[in-house]
Structures are given as structure tokens and as C-alpha cells.
Ligand binder design. Structure first.
Ligand code: AMP
Ligand code: ZN
Length: 663
């Protein structure tokens, strides 16, 4: 088979697997095999840039960076929906529309997904553009970001129209949201508040590679276009599904408002079992002719109505407030409630976030509070029933000292959270740091769990992560519930962790803002903890994707005596604190260290792909020519000043063809 054929075949295969996995929820190949095929395609595409396809499955990983999103007018306005909250509201709507159309009315009922609306345009079966709703008449072009969402088809299947728009909702399922938050907490960052805002925030990230990492999904519900030959809303959902879109199966075509009310009632409870958030039901007149007769008001279609569920709210007693100390010393106030049932679960605690939140609510011990569960995982206190406030109640005095070590708390200007800065002597911080170090994405020490860490610390056997390494079986045997076998496993696990690569050890150190990805970037750049610890803020900030906040945090970490001692003890025990030879070898590639300027228009490859190709091969794309430039890749119509400058400075100029021959 020629390479060209192979590339096309791999693209088709990968597309089908994506569809099976993300749209049908029915994968037919292992993740590993999928990755192997994807890598193979990436390699081939780098060799044959002339076969570039903007809709290749390899582009799902993102990489395109958008500094300013272009604002583009919607060909047809994106309306919002009128809301109803009761049976009476829905019956009123029915009365209104019955006066405006002839004949019986059928309704298509769909779930109202709580995310960010999106409008996708397809031309000749490929995704052409993705726009946010914006103000309804114009939205932002977020195509590069949306392309990374795996359930959005880049190429359609079946019998689709040549040109149409399809609208839907980008959502973040609960599970993915929780995983993202676990990772953030592990990196010492504030967790995201709810899936909806996180989904819409994701669409506006500048780096599409970041979007690609987020487990977003896209549900479609509305086809817009001329002469599509579709007669009903329900039919359009089926059509969209047949072209490869993800259209949830819960939609129903119903014959009366009574049936609609039953559907609404069913989902008011059943929604708690869905893996994603919905905030209501959308009822749409099914017949598209009737829809056209009904038309739009200035704000919304007359032919549709959203039924909004009440966020479930209960009232209960606030018994006490406790303060938790996290690994980074951050204090979180937690409300302890008289247990109460809410949205199908028993709630005992609610988050109060920080001191400002408590002051704003003026919540007091003994108050009857309203608790609500929105998209958030932990319920929130929404307000207080003042009529039930005990006469002698007092405002909450936020703690001034750490509940665990009695150190005076600090609060930095502009930050909402109070911190206990006694990082070395505060037990939950000590335990939290060690728990982070042994966690799955860090050192992943088998045979050692979070509870055992607490036991070890409380028994005075360890004070920091380096103390793990000299532990012996005899040391740990006396611990509660520690049998010979588990003691053996524990010590073996610790020994094995010396093989964990540098980047994961660096993540495990728990430096604030250094999450998994940042740790990887820093490890690859500096190659050893020695070089990293000597880097100044300027050097750190010059590393790709490292901003000021991270740079300062890393710099400060290595200016602390205790941290330096800790790291050097880890080195002495044989923990990996530099890149292995193997990892180094992987790093060197044909353009390694080259600084390349790209200018002009290219024939066989787009500018962005050319840049990606350079970076994938270890080169760096720089914007202006200097004496340090390795060479200039010149396309058509390159400005004369660039050529002159290159000639002056003796920077070699290569043509597109010459450059591509290297690969
Ligand atoms: P609202 O933002 O409350 O005005 O509600 C209108 C929004 O609901 C629309 O802009 C859509 O983004 C969203 N929506 C979610 N699910 C659906 C659905 N099944 N049909 C139509 N709109 C929906
Ligand atoms: Zn403390």
C-alpha cells in the first residue's frame, strides 16, 4: 500500500473508533491500540505534509493557539428560550399557540442540557466553523477548540445536506469534572465551582491543547438550514444522529400537554441519575410547518418552551462549623448540618468556601439554613430562614488561629482563603504532603495508603517524604493492623518507587501550582533538580507555558532551606531527580535546539502545520530574526526586509521544499 493510501485509511479507521467511543459509547478497540494507530498516523503525516487535512483525527489533540477570538455574525439568530416553572405555565403556553396554528399539535420533549450553547456549520460534510452564542446575533469563533471535542464529528457520514448549521450544547459530565478538580486540588489550586461554567470557560481557552485534555462532550438538538427536506423536530434529531452527531436518546415525541407533564415529572426525579447536569426540559412543537407559522418573538421562538426544574432546596439546622486544613495550608470552613435528604442523597455537610462567604450570608450556629444542590458536587448554603433564628445567636467569629497547630492564620491581599503558614509543624499539612507524594499520579507507592501515612506520622516514624526511605519492616510492624505481609509489601513499594521518573517525583513534591503537566514541562526543560533549583524567575518564565505565578512559586520553593535539604536527602536515597538517559535520548531530534523563523506563504503546508512540524521535531519557532536565528524558512511573498536582515546577519535562508526534505 502506498503511504498516501495508508494515511487515508488510518484516518477513516480512527474516525470510526472515535465515533464508536464518544458518540455510541461502544468502543471496539483498546485505548492502547487506538494510541498506537494515532501515533502511526502522526508520524506519517509529518512525513507527508502535502497530505494535510484540517479534519484529520490527529488534530483532536489540539495545539492551535488563539489569542483573540474573532467575532462572527450568526447566519440565523441564536435565540434563547422562554421559561416556565409550573403546570399552569405550560397550559397557558398551549392555549396561546393553539390560537395561532391549525390542527392537533405534537410535542418533542428533550432534556435541557446545562452547558454552553454552540452553533456548528458543516460544508460538504466537514466541520467548517463553530461559534458560541455570544449575544445571539454574533458569537466567537471557537473552531480550533471545538475540534478537540471528540463527540463533535469532523467528517459526517450518511446522507447529509451540503450546507447546514446544527446547534447544541457543550457540556462537562460530572465524572470528568470531578477528575479535573482532583487534579487541581493535587496541584494546590482552587477547584472549579461547577460543570457549566467550566464548560463555557473551556471554549475560551487560548490553547486548544488544553481544551483537548478536558473531557467535554457535545449534544446536538437543532438543525438550521434551507430545503433540508425534514418535516419534524423529532425527525431532525434522528437525522442528526444518522450523520454521526451525538443526540441523547431520551427525547420523545408526545401527543398532548398531559403527556408532556408526565415526561417533566419523570425527569424531575430521574435527572439525579444522569451522568451530567440538566436544568429542565425543552418542549418543542414537533411539526416544522407549525413552527414556521408560530415564528419568534424578539427573544425566543414561540414554538418552544423550557420547563425549568426547581433547584432542589431543603432547610435544616446548622449545628457547627469546622475548619479543614489542606496540604497547602488553605483553610476551608465546612458547615455541619443536621442530616437531611436532598436530591436523593443524605446531606450532612455543606461548603462555606471562605470567611467572606460566611460574612455575606451572615450565617450563625443554630440557624435554619437553606441548602441547595446545583451542578456542584458539594451542596451549598443559599440563605437563612431568619424567622427561625434563636434570639441569643451571635455572628460567627472566623478563626484567627489554625485549628490543628494554633499558628496565627494569614490571608494574602486579593486572596479569599486564609492559610496556616506553619507548613513544617502543622500535622494535616505534613500528612497531606506525604499523601500527595505517594498518590497514583506521583510516586504511586504500592502497599501504602493515606491512612497508613497518618499512622506513620502520628507514631512519629516519619515527618516528611524522605523519611519513608530508611523505614524498615521492624519499624512499621508495631503499627495498628500491620501484618508481616503488609509490612513487607510496604517496604518493597517504597523501594520500587525509586524507579519512578523525575517528572512524577517533581509533581509529588507538591510545589504550589506545579501540577502534572507543569512538572513534565519543567523536568524536560531543566533535566535535573539541580538545574531547576538554580533557575531564577526570569529563566523559569521563559519556559513555554510557565507563567509568573508558577515561576515565582518554584523559585520560592528552592529558596527554602528545609526544601533543599529534603530534595538532597531524596537524591541520596536514590530517588530519580534527573531525567533518565532514555528520556534524554527521546528528546534529541533533528531540529533540536534550532531557532527558526518562518515567513511568507507556503504551498504544500499551512503555516500552523509548519510551525507544529518544527516544534514536534525539537525546534523552536521564533518571530524575529536575530544573530541567534538558525535559519529562515522562506515562503512566497516574504517581505524584502526580512530577507535583507537575514542576509546581513548571515542567517541561512531555505525554501519550503528544501526545508521539508529534511523530514
Ligand atoms: P436559557 O439559557 O435559560 O435562555 O436557555 C436557553 C438555552 O438552553 C439555549 O440557548 C440552549 O443553549 C440551551 N439548551 C439546552 N438543551 C436544549 C435543547 N434540548 N433544546 C434547545 N435548547 C437547549
Ligand atoms: Zn496549622
Amino acid at each position: 500500500m502506498t503511504e498516501k493510501k495508508l494515511i487515508l485509511q488510518l484516518r477513516d479507521e480512527l474516525r470510526q473508533h472515535n465515533y464508536n467511543y464518544y458518540v455510541l459509547d461502544n468502543p471496539t478497540i483498546s485505548d492502547f491500540d487506538f494510541d498506537m494507530k494515532l501515533k502511526q498516523l502522526q508520524t506519517l503525516e509529518a512525513q507527508f505534509p502535502e497530505l494535510h487535512d484540517p479534519n484529520s483525527p490527529t488534530l483532536r489533540v489540539g495545539g492551535e493557539v488563539t489569542k483573540n477570538f474573532k467575532t462572527i455574525a450568526h447566519r440565523q439568530r441564536m435565540y434563547s428560550l422562554d421559561n416556565s416553572y409550573s403546570k399552569e405555565d405550560l397550559l397557558d403556553w398551549e392555549t396561546r399557540i393553539k390560537k395561532l396554528v391549525d390542527g392537533p399539535i405534537q410535542y418533542t420533549c428533550e432534556l435541557k442540557y446545562d452547558g454552553a450553547s454552540i452553533s456548528l456549520t458543516y460544508k460538504n460534510g466537514t466541520l467548517f466553523q463553530a461559534l458560541t452564542r455570544g449575544d445571539g446575533s454574533q458569537g466567537d469563533d471557537v473552531t480550533a477548540n471545538v475540534k478537540t471535542i471528540k463527540s463533535v464529528p469532523l467528517k459526517l457520514q450518511g446522507d447529509f445536506p451540503n450546507l447546514f448549521e446544527i446547534r447544541g450544547e457543550i457540556i462537562l459530565p460530572f465524572e470528568g469534572f470531578q477528575t479535573m478538580n482532583k487534579d487541581r486540588i493535587a496541584a494546590g489550586e482552587e477547584p472549579y465551582r461547577n460543570p457549566r461554567n467550566t464548560a463555557s470557560g473551556s471554549l475560551k481557552l487560548q490553547d486548544s491543547a488544553e481544551v483537548a485534555k478536558r473531557p467535554l462532550a457535545c449534544f446536538l438538538y437543532n438543525i438550521v438550514g434551507d430545503n433540508l427536506g425534514i418535516k419534524t423536530q423529532f425527525e431532525s434529531l434522528e437525522k442528526a444522529r444518522s450523520w454521526g452527531f451525538k443526540v441523547p436518546k431520551q427525547a420523545r415525541c408526545l401527543n398532548s400537554i398531559d403527556e408532556v407533564l408526565e415526561f417533566v415529572k419523570y425527569w424531575d426525579t430521574a435527572r439525579h441519575d444522569l451522568p451530567y447536569e440538566i436544568d429542565g426540559i425543552v418542549v418543542k412543537v414537533n411539526d416544522l410547518h407549525q413552527q414556521a407559522e408560530l415564528g419568534f418573538t424578539a427573544k425566543a421562538p414561540r414554538w418552544a418552551m423550557a420547563y425549568k426544574f426547581k433547584a432542589e432546596q431543603v432547610s435544616t439546622l446548622l449545628n457547627s462549623i469546622t475548619y479543614q486544613v489542606g496540604r497547602t495550608g488553605a483553610i476551608t470552613p465546612v458547615a455541619n448540618l443536621e442530616p437531611v435528604e436532598l436530591a436523593g442523597t443524605i446531606v450532612k455537610r455543606a461548603s462555606l468556601h471562605n470567611a467572606d462567604q460566611i460574612a455575606k450570608l451572615d450565617v450563625r450556629i443554630g440557624d435554619t439554613v437553606y441548602v441547595e444542590k446545583g451542578g456542584e458536587i458539594i451542596p451549598k448554603i443559599m440563605g437563612i430562614d431568619r424567622s427561625k433564628r434563636p434570639v441569643n445567636s451571635q455572628p460567627v467569629h472566623y478563626i484567627s488561629h489554625c485549628p490543628e497547630c494554633q499558628t496565627l492564620l494569614h490571608r494574602k491581599e486579593g486572596e479569599a482563603q486564609h492559610y496556616c503558614i506553619n507548613s513544617k509543624g502543622c500535622p494535616p499539612q505534613i500528612i497531606g504532603r506525604i499523601q500527595h507524594y505517594i498518590s497514583r499520579k506521583a510516586l504511586d507507592i504500592e502497599g501504602l495508603g493515606g491512612e497508613t501515612v497518618a499512622l506513620l506520622v502520628n507514631a512519629g516514624l516519619i515527618h516528611d517524604v524522605a523519611d519513608l526511605y530508611p523505614l524498615t519492616v521492624q519499624d512499621v510492624l508495631p503499627l495498628e493492623r500491620m501484618a508481616q505481609k503488609s509490612a513487607d509489601n510496604l517496604i518493597k513499594g517504597i523501594e520500587l518507587s525509586k524507579q519512578i521518573p523525575f517528572e512524577r517525583v517533581l509533581f509529588g513534591l507538591g510545589i504550589r501550582y506545579v501540577g502534572e503537566t507543569v512538572a513534565k514541562t519543567l523536568a524536560r526543560h531543566y533535566k535535573s533538580v539541580g538545574a531547576l533549583s538554580e533557575a531564577n524567575v526570569e529563566s523559569l518564565e521563559s519556559v513555554d507555558e510557565i507563567g509568573k505565578k508558577i515561576a515565582e512559586s518554584v523559585y520560592d520553593y528552592f529558596r527554602d532551606e528545609t526544601n533543599i535539604r529534603l530534595v538532597s536527602r531524596l537524591v541520596s536515597y536514590g530517588v530519580q531527580l534527573e531525567l533518565s538517559e532514555e528520556a534524554m535520548a527521546n528528546q534529541t531530534s533533528i531540529l533540536s535546539g534550532d531557532r527558526i523563523v518562518v515567513s511568507g506563504v507556503f504551498e504544500s503546508i499551512s503555516r500552523n502545520d509548519l510551525k507544529a512540524l518544527i516544534e514536534a521535531n525539537g525546534g523552536k519557532v521564533v518571530s524575529s530574526i536575530s544573530a541567534k536565528t538558525s535559519y529562515l524558512v522562506a515562503g512566497e511573498n516574504m517581505g524584502p526586509s526580512k530577507r535583507q536582515k537575514a542576509e546581513q546577519l548571515g542567517v541561512p535562508i531555505v525554501t519550503e521544499q528544501e526545508f521539508l526534505e529534511k523530514f
